[in-house]
Design a protein around this ligand. Structure first.
Ligand code: HXC
Length: 522
């Protein structure tokens, strides 16, 4: 009797093992080979590489589709084409979903979506990050409208989770049509060069509708979205590179808006002098220098992690650590269009500021900005409302905000780069700073128009007036004298001043008026 029971149990366990191992084979050997030939890992390989060894715990492996239309009734789709679960990344829990392209092209149907909803709901309850590894032909066409409902439920959850838990998407294959909107609703989009693309409509439709001929890659590849649209924050070289970079990003992020920032061990010293900064500003105001060297000089061990490296290069956003704590840096980049603020730079910085504020990451701003970009192209693209985003994002941010003016800080753009009146906790300037309503040449043209046109020697008169304007305003002393900036520091002291300020401000608590939410000029 006892033996019969044991045999029956074994039989059931064997059956379970057989079913499970069938599902684990995904779409089968030939489709896995095809995936590899395209330079792509399978969904399971991706999850294995992404999580700490042996830590991945799969959820809802046995879920099946229940559609019978267009021959689907007879079609087995292992795990319904998506692998979901959770595991550890550098010892911290993260939830994830990975489309399995080898099963029905990773297409998303009703039950497939339900698995993603479940794991997103778990991430929300557990207050842990959610990562989506996308490689899918989009809505499962045979299932019809339930697959659209599936996407709708994901968009809704992406929105509910926004600002509550970090959400990251990696595009590791096709992503077309409405399927692009979940990535766009998440905080960070990674893409793999050559093997991934995302677009609203593919090349065939583009050709049919507007007669334009374009390849998949040109239209929506990683480089296109990392350099032209800004949809992609990180264009990576391979699946492995992409997964490693997501792990790095997660090392800067808290689990949720209610969790402490991850503190890395720090061997760098809080009072390290950065003597190289004393000579970094060129003698001439229109010469460029490398702002990334400034950021790296103040960062622990000279390390920075930079999203949007290839888009809107006139502004830099980056994560660094100071004394082990993650910090979000925003800096004008004089190497590209003189570091001027334009539509894209404003959007790039504003979204980064709002992300950091949502997740309690202090903001450090380096200012060297000649102004907002003039001209019809920018005006007609809405520089007014895009530029306003930056003012809004900085003003609404309640995390510690420290600003260092390295050189130019002119006009509205001076205000826009986290000035005192936008709530900066502490504004410092290097002795090389020029804080003014506008540059000397432009100012003299406006203020001394009559004197210049009446002068016997206009060039000599202009030089004299420019010099006098520069003596008055093109330095940090006028602003410091009025308390508009808090302090003038030697460039070499920048790291130690920032480290001290961040230590002092670490328990900063600032509340805003009770209301439903702000209305940022989108
Ligand atoms: C059902 C799909 C599918 C889909 C691919 N497959 N996409 N099945 N619904 N959306 C299936 C294929 O039929 C095939 O099944 C297998 O996946 C592999 O696809 P292939 O075409 O053989 O692969 P490949 O040549 O690499 O081409 C990949 C592809 C192509 C470019 C993604 O499959 C494709 O164009 N798919 C349709 C893309 C699309 O139009 N999606 C938009 C759907 S509408 P078999 O059985 O032959 O192996 C949408 C709207 C969402 O997504 C809106 C949300 C709001």
């Amino acid at each position: 009797m006892e033996k019969d029971k044991q045999d029956l149990t074994k039989e059931k366990i064997d059956l379970y093992e057989a079913k499970k191992s069938g599902l684990m084979k995904m779409g089968g050997e030939s489709l896995i080979r095809k995936q590899h030939e395209l330079g792509k890992l399978t969904a399971r390989e991706r999850l294995d590489r992404f999580f700490d060894p042996e830590s991945f715990q799969e959820t809802q492996l046995f879920v099946k589709h229940r559609s019978t239309l267009f021959g689907l009734g007879e079609k087995e789709i292992p795990a319904d084409a998506v692998i979901t679960g959770f595991g550890l990344v550098n010892g911290r829990t993260v939830f994830a979903a990975a489309h399995d392209f080898t099963s029905a092209g990773g297409s998303l149907g009703e039950m497939h979506a339900g698995k993603i909803w479940k794991v997103m709901d778990m991430a929300l309850s557990a207050r842990k990050p959610f990562v989506s590894l996308n490689d899918s032909g989009g809505a499962r066409i045979q299932e019809g409208v339930p697959s659209l409902e599936g996407y709708g439920g994901i968009f809704y959850r992406n929105t509910i989770a926004s600002g509550y838990i970090p959400q990251i998407t990696a595009i590791m294959g096709p992503t077309a049509g409405g399927a692009v909107y979940s990535p766009a609703l998440t905080d960070w989009v990674f893409m793999v060069k050559k093997s991934s693309y995302m677009y609203i409509t593919g090349p065939e439709v583009v050709k049919a509708v507007i007669g334009e001929e374009v390849s998949h890659d040109e239209l929506g590849g990683a480089v296109a979205h990392a350099t032209k649209s800004g949809v992609c924050h990180f264009a990576t070289e391979s699946d492995e590179d992409c997964l490693a970079k997501i792990r790095t990003l997660l090392s800067f992020l808290p689990d949720s808006c209610h969790s402490p920032s991850p503190l890395a061990s720090c061997t760098d010293s809080h009072d390290r002098e950065c003597s190289e900064l004393d000579t970094i500003i060129p003698d001439k105001a229109n010469r460029v220098y490398d702002m990334k060297r400034v950021i790296m000089a103040v960062a622990d061990k000279g390390e920075m992690f930079e999203p949007h490296e290839l888009w809107a290069k006139n502004i830099i956003v980056a994560f660094i650590r100071i004394m082990g704590r993650p910090i979000g840096v925003i800096a004008n980049n004089p190497r590209f269009i003189a570091g001027v603020l334009d539509v894209n730079a404003s959007d790039k910085a504003s979204r980064f500021i709002r992300f950091c504020d949502a997740f309690n990451i202090p903001l450090l701003t380096f200012t060297d900005v000649p102004g907002y970009m003039p001209g019809t192209r920018q005006e007609w693209s809405g520089i007014i409302s895009h530029g306003a985003k930056l003012l809004h994002a900085y003003s609404e941010a309640t995390v510690p905000k420290i600003t260092v003016v390295t050189r130019k800080a002119y006009g509205g753009a001076y205000l826009g780069m986290c000035s005192k009146q936008l709530g900066a906790d502490y504004v410092m300037a290097w002795p090389t700073a020029q804080i003014a309503v506008m540059g000397a040449e432009g100012a003299c043209n406006v203020v001394y128009r009559r004197e210049l046109s009446a002068a016997a020697d206009p060039a000599a008169k202009r030089a004299e007036l420019v010099r006098s304007y520069e003596e008055q305003f093109n330095n940090p002393y006028f602003a410091a004298g009025l308390g508009i900036i808090e302090e003038i520091i030697r460039p070499r002291d920048t790291r130690k001043r920032i480290a001290a300020l961040l230590g002092a401000l670490k328990d900063k608590a600032e509340t805003r008026l009770p209301k439903k939410h702000n209305n940022i000029p989108l």
